[in-house]
Every structure is written in C-alpha cells, then in structure tokens.
Design a protein around this ligand. Structure first.
Ligand SMILES: Nc1ncnc2c1ncn2[C@@H]1O[C@H](COP(=O)(O)OP(=O)(O)OP(=O)(O)O)[C@@H](O)[C@H]1O
Length: 800
C-alpha cells in the first residue's frame, strides 16, 4: 500500500516536472493569460449565443463580409464559435469547456500543481458529455441545450439500450460521478437528511414565539443551562403529548440534540458550537494532508532531480584486491615463533587461531590454565623481536572473546581500495544519515559507521601516515551516498593543497559565507568567521526545531517533508553540515581561543541539529587537543603516531604508536578499539569524482551560511601612526632580521600574547613592512635590511 502510494507520488512529480520543464516561466505566464482570456471569451460567446442564436442564425459562416454585424457580444467570433460548440457541439454543456480553458490559464499563470488540473479536465469533459446527452433525452429534435452531439449520442444510446436502458445507464454514471468525485456515500446522504431534520427542528425553536409568550421564554432561558439537560436525560420522548406545553416542547428539543450527539454526557446546551470545533480540527489536519495529496511529499532533491551519483568505475581497482592471498608459510612461521617465544617464558598455549586481514594477521591464543595475562602482555617487545616485525600489538584479553590477540603485520600488506568498500553491500544498504565507509577490519569486513551518531570525529596521525587519504575516503563515502540537497561540507584547509579538488563541487556540496569567493577556507580569520557563522546557524536551527516541536533534525525534516511546516514561517529543509578541518594544530597555534571556543560550542550542542565536525591534526599534543575538545569528540581515529604520549592523547591509551602506517588505523567510539585498514583513494580518483559531479547541473551558488560580522582584526590598512603599538619598531626589526613575517615569532621574541602579536602584524602590513596574509605560510617580509627599515620609517615621519 505504502509502496503504491510512493509510486504514484513519484509519478505525479514526474508529470508535473515534465510540464514545467517544457515551458519557461515567461512562456507559462504568457500562455496562462492567453488561455484565461480565451476561455472567458468562449464563455461570453456561448452565453450570448444562447440569447441571440435565432437572430444571428443567418450570419453563421459569413466571415469575409467585414461590414456585417451580429447580435452576439463577441460579434462574428461569438456567433461562429457559439454555433460550432453550442449548436453543433454540446449545447449548454459547452460552457464547461470554456470554464476548463479559463481554469487552465489560471493554473499555468500561477504555476500551480498540474495534477489537479488534469483531474478537472477529465471529469469536466465527462460531465460535459453527460449533460449534453441528458438534455438530448428531453429534446425532440436537435436543440440548443443538448447540441447536435448530445442529441445524436442520446439517439444512439436509445437505439441500442432503449429508453429504460438509457435512463439506467445515465443514472448509474451519475452515481459513479457522485461517489468518486464528490465522495458521496449512503452514510453521507443519511447524515445529510438527519442534519436537515435537526435544522428544521432548530428553525422551529428559533421561530419567535407569539407576543404573549415572549415574557415566558425569557424566564426559561435565564435559568441555569444544566438544569433542563439533567431533566432531559430522565425524560422519555414517547411521553410527549400531542398538545405540548412550551416546557415540554423545550424538553423534547434538548433531548433530541443529546441523542444526535455521539458524546453521551453533554455539559452544554449549544450543540452547534461543538460541531464547529470538530470542523476546525479537520481543516488543520487536512491542510498538510491535502498538500501532500496534491503535490506529494516535499522532495528536497527536486531542484537537482537529474543529479547522478558518481559511478563505481571512477574508482580504481587496486592490484591484489580480488581476494586475500594467504601465505601459508608465513602463517606457519609466525605461529611457530609465537609458540616458541611464549614457551621460552614457560607459557603454554592450549589453542591458536589466525585471522588474516588486509594489513595485519590476528593470532588469537588461548593460554593454558593458570597463566597470568599480564605476563603475556609484558612480552610484547620479545615477541616483536622474535618475529622481527614492527607494529606488533597485543590485546589481552580481546573483549568479549576470552582470548589473547597478537596482531602481526603481514609481509605483503594489501591495499583496501575505496572501490571495494563502496561496492560492498554493507555500505550500499546502509540506512544511515551520514554513512562513512572507513575501510576494512582485521577480519576483512567492510567497516561502515554513521557520522551522525559519532557525532564528531577527531583524527590524528603523524605526517605521511594516511590522514589526508582518510579524509578523502570519508568525503568520498558521503559523495557516493548523499544527494547535494542532503549534505553540505564546510572545508578548512590551511595547507591549501589537500582539499582543493573539492572546489569543483562548490555549487553542489559546499557551504560558505556570503560574499566570499572561495568556498574552501584557507585563511585563519575566515575560519573564525565561519565557525561563528556556524554557531549562528546552529542557534537558528535550534529555534526552528523549537518552533516545530521536534527534538532533532531527523524528526524536523520528516515533518517538513510531510508538509506540516510552513516555509513562510521560515521553515526549510535542513541539510546536514559536515565541517572538516585539516591541520587543526595549525589553527589552534595561530588563533587559539578564538577558534577553540566556537568549536567547543558546536561540538557540545550541534549534534541534534545536524552539524558534525571532523577535525584532523598531525600533532595530537594536549595544547592542541584540549580537554574540552576531547570531551566532546568521543569518536577518534588514530593513524600511526610517533610516541606513546601522543597515542594516549588521542586514544586515551597506547596502541597508535604500534601501528604500521599507510592507512593502518585504530578507531574508537568510546569503549572498544577496532583496528582498521583505511580505504585508499588516490588524488586522481578524487579528481575524477569531483569532475563527474562538478560537470552536472548545480545550484546557482554554494550553500550560504548566515553572515557573521566579527570584529575586523584582519588587514586594517589605515592604521594611523599614533595608534601604533609601543613595540612597533622593535617588532619590525625582529621580523626584518629574521626575514620571516610570522606572529608566532613576535610572540616568542617579544613575549607577547597572540592578540597583540596579531595587531602588530596588521600594523606592520599597513606600514608596508610585511606582505599580506598567506594562509599557513609566514608572511613575506618586504624590507630586506635594517637600514632599509630605518629609511622607510624615517620617511614616514618626514611625510608627517
Ligand atoms: N589507506 C592507505 N592504503 C595504502 N596506502 C596509503 C593509505 N593511506 C596513505 N597511504 C600512503 O601514504 C602516503 C601518505 O598519506 P597521506 O598523504 O594521507 O598522509 P598524511 O598523514 O596526510 O600526511 P600529511 O599530514 O603530511 O599530509 C600516501 O601517499 C599513500 O602512498
């Protein structure tokens, strides 16, 4: 049933889309107005023809005589179309045709749903036929009411069905029309009769009483309302006599009202008031239902309905991907070494089992009874030595399995291609808000998680260990699964090179601040503005949710799709927003609290309204990943890091320092730690995917975030000399000597805070000592030597 409904909705959408695609907006307006007036002209002609047809009969068909005037209000046009449609056509029912054409004009003009228009046409034409045949039934020759067609059709019917058969058929058709179109059912008819009966009784009640009784009636109404009802409920209607006294009559009427109401206990005498309330409720309920019936559910993807998701063949199939090649000798050798090493330390093994993954093999051992687990754990380095392999990790015990795991890297690690994870049924069938195909587990299962549930992700790893590839894998997963209307990315890339490829999909998937050229943010100041703007978006979304009485974005969007929220009240379909920050350490170093505060706010509050953060950093030190950030990022991915301390910072435990790099990673979402091999997606593949998407029809602009007007700390080029910092000259000298225009250098050398150093840099830029901001790189120093600097500053004074 539900399926059928969605199918019809889809079909409906298709037809209406086809219609509006065929005509441009202007064409629709012009054609709409033409049809409107043409339909009106027809109707005027037909009405006038009905009055003047006899007088104009001789003028029919004479078009070449310009002098000739007919009595029709639309002159020769009216006479001729009247003759054609009314006389020769459908008679009086031709007016319906004029009405339908006028209506089509109105629909086209206002670009309303074409679906209901088709319905009007279908039923209108049937009605026209029926009416003309109906009139044909009463006319003895061709008449003005039935038209020739109506008369002839009626004649034809009677030839085959006879008079009675024709009456039966016509009545049957009328019933079909009433039932389907007007939804008239026997219950409705009975209800209507009942209501009419009640109405008569009510009218009877409201008839002004004779003069001598007025006094009496006022007395009755001034009595408490409840009283007659209490009496009524005990009164038997049969006891009412023919000659009723006024009081008895009142009793009877009230009793009837109580009976006609389904509610057994009625507190008030005014029943019509209750009926009105019920009606009002129906209207509210119907409004959204009717909208859904007419237009179907709101479809956010409609604007880019032809959008095609990237195809699988854009991704490469890396060699050796066909299946895992298990090297039996290697397995045996490793097993023997593990057993020997352990037996050297007098640890007996009851059982050993190997699971071969893409990069590492997990040997699960069950030690003999009485062996302490910590003893095996302490042998990590010895086992690594005996296996002469890096990256041995001992998991003792494996949670939920009761065994001890030893992960040993394979000699020939296999690349997990993005293609294989995207093509996996697990990802394809994932019904998640933001599915991420991260890679494969040690047992070769595709690992898919929902970013919306994380709800924010922290990634860390030393340089060259696969962070950028990981970010690309995450973004690629979303591109393969989510329509541009459903998700938007805000990309921050201080390195300027990692995410540039995504520029191609700016108008499909990216979000940016108004009045900015590039959607991918590389400038620290812009990052601060964007983060604050996202906080504003978050607040605005919370207001919308509150207004709609929804707890999260999912409920809200469902309500919006069901057309229960009015766009005129500011409601809109809310896409998920994924904020990706590469090189977070760099940001924190340059902007500190200014970045940390909005990020912490977003991380704490944004989960319910569909804003999710992915933060990647090379340096997972505590001053970068502060306590407040860590607390709000329960999901973490660690690629290989260089020290145990770094591993602790990111994972709250060791392990990341024992990984083997090249996409080998640990994923945790609070408790369990899962070792994964990150899916590999190369730059050319990302380029192909973004090219594929970018070449399709896009939105007019990137998704715009709210405008944020921050305190302009950027390049304020007209800073007057008096306003310069006391340390201005000293700062200039430091930069000229070092030939490096960086704020952090000033911070260190002059022992300043970030803000003051930033202000100094701005002043130095205004004075022409350093060049403009260049992202993560230090600014260029424009003055080569100290002498040149002195000259420059002295010249300034001379000018003053
Ligand atoms: N999942 C993977 N599978 C196979 N090889 C990988 C994988 N991830 C990364 N590599 C290899 O490691 C190299 C470096 O990866 P990547 O550029 O992602 O490092 P990174 O951590 O981003 O470094 P940086 O922080 O300096 O940008 C890649 O060029 C690739 O050869």
């Amino acid at each position: 049933m539900a399926k059928r409904k969605t199918r019809t909705t889809k079909k409906r959408k298709k037809t209406s889309r086809k219609f509006s695609l065929a005509l441009s907006k202007q064409q629709q307006v012009i054609l709409g107005s033409f049809l409107f007036f043409f339909g009106l002209a027809l109707m005027v002609s037909f009405v006038s023809y009905l009055f003047n047809w006899q007088a104009d009969q001789s003028e029919v068909g004479i078009l070449e005589d310009r002098e000739l005037q007919t009595d029709n209000w639309l002159n020769k046009f009216g006479t001729n179309v009247g003759h054609l449609f009314v006389y020769r056509g459908f008679g009086l029912a031709s007016l319906i045709l004029g009405g339908l054409i006028t209506l089509s004009g109105i629909y086209l003009f206002f670009n309303s749903s074409k679906q209901s228009l088709w319905k009007y046409w279908f039923w209108g034409l049937l009605m026209m036929l029926w009416i003309s045949i109906f009139f044909g039934f009463f006319s003895s020759g061709s008449s003005l009411f039935s038209g020739v067609i109506g008369y002839e059709l009626n004649d034809l019917l009677q030839d085959y069905l006879g008079l009675i058969g024709t009456i039966f058929l016509m009545t049957f058709l009328m019933i079909v029309y009433l039932v389907i179109r007007l939804k008239v059912t026997p219950d409705l008819v009975i209800g209507l009769f009942k209501r009419t009966k009640d109405q008569i009784v009510e009218d009877f009640e409201s008839v002004p009483p004779p003069m001598e009784e007025v006094q009496h009636t006022t007395e009755t109404t001034s009595e408490p309302i409840e009283e007659p009802i209490v009496q009524d409920l005990n009164t038997q209607p049969e006891t009412v006599a023919d000659e009723e006294s006024e009081e008895e009559l009142l009793e009877k009427i009230t009793l009837k009202k109580v009976e006609s109401n389904p509610e057994p206990i009625v507190e008030e005498a005014e029943i019509s008031l209750e009926v009105e309330q019920a009606k009002e409720e129906e209207v509210v309920k119907d409004a959204s239902q009717k909208l859904v019936e007419d237009f179907g559910e709101f479809d956010p993807t409609l604007e880019l309905s032809k959008f095609r998701f990237p195809t699988l063949d854009l991704l490469k199939n890396y060699e050796g991907n066909a299946g895992i090649t298990i090297n039996q000798d290697e397995l045996e050798e490793n097993k023997n070494r593990i057993v020997n090493t352990l037996s050297n330390y007098k640890i007996g093994i009851a059982n050993i089992k190997a699971t071969v993954g893409p990069t590492v093999t997990l040997y699960e051992i069950v030690p003999e009874a009485g062996i302490r687990i910590s003893k095996i754990k302490n042998l990590e380095d010895d086992i690594a030595l005996s296996l002469s392999a890096l990256g041995i990790r001992i998991i003792a015990p494996i949670p939920g399995r009761g065994t001890i795991g030893i992960e040993v890297p394979n000699k020939n690690p296999r690349i997990v291609s993005m293609r294989s994870v995207i093509a996996s049924p697990k990802f394809q069938k994932a019904e998640m808000a933001l599915p991420l195909a991260l890679g494969k587990t040690i047992s070769n299962e595709t690992f898919v998680v929902d970013l919306a549930k994380m709800p924010h992700l922290l990634m860390a790893g030393a340089t060259g260990q696969g962070k950028s590839v990981g970010l690309n894998a995450i973004l690629t997963s979303l591109l393969y699964k989510k329509h541009p209307a459903e998700v938007k990315f805000v990309l921050v890339d201080p390195k300027k090179v990692e995410l540039t490829l995504f520029n191609k999909i700016e108008r499909h998937y990216l979000a940016k601040l108004p009045d900015t050229e590039e959607a991918i943010i590389t400038d620290t100041r812009k990052v601060i503005n964007t983060l604050n703007s996202m906080c504003m978006e978050m607040d605005a979304r919370y207001d919308l949710l509150k207004d709609a009485m929804c707890r999260n974005i999912k409920e809200y969007n469902q309500k919006f799709k069901a057309r229960k929220l009015n766009p005129n009240d500011g409601h809109r379909y809310l896409p998920y927003i994924v904020l990706v920050i590469d090189e977070f350490a760099d940001l924190i170093m340059t902007a500190g609290k200014e970045v940390e505060t909005p990020i912490a706010r977003l991380a704490q509050l944004a989960r319910a309204i569909g804003i999710h953060l992915i933060i990647a950093t090379q340096r997972p030190s505590v001053n970068v990943i502060t306590g407040i950030i860590k607390a709000n990022f329960p999901a973490r991915i660690a690629f290989r890091v260089t020290s145990k301390i770094d591993s602790r910072t990111i994972l709250d435990g060791p392990g990341a320092d024992q990984l083997i790099g090249r996409g080998d990673m640990l994923y945790t979402q609070g408790n369990e730690m899962i070792r994964l091999q990150c899916a590999f997606v190369d730059t050319p593949e990302v380029s192909d995917i973004t090219e594929f998407i970018g070449s399709q029809k896009a939105y007019p602009d990137a998704h715009l975030l709210p405008e944020y007007v921050g305190e302009e700390g950027g390049t304020n080029l007209d800073i007057s000399h008096e306003d310069r910092d006391a340390l201005f000259r000293e700062a200039a000298e430091v930069l000229v000597v070092a030939q490096q225009g960086s704020a952090s250098l000033l911070q260190r050398k002059l022992k300043l805070g970030y803000n003051r150093a930033g202000r100094l840099i701005d002043q130095l830029e205004a004075a022409g000592v350093v060049g403009p901001f260049e992202g993560s790189k230090a600014r260029q120093v424009l003055v080569p030597t100290l002498e040149a600097l002195n000259q420059l500053l002295d010249n300034e004074h001379a000018e003053d």
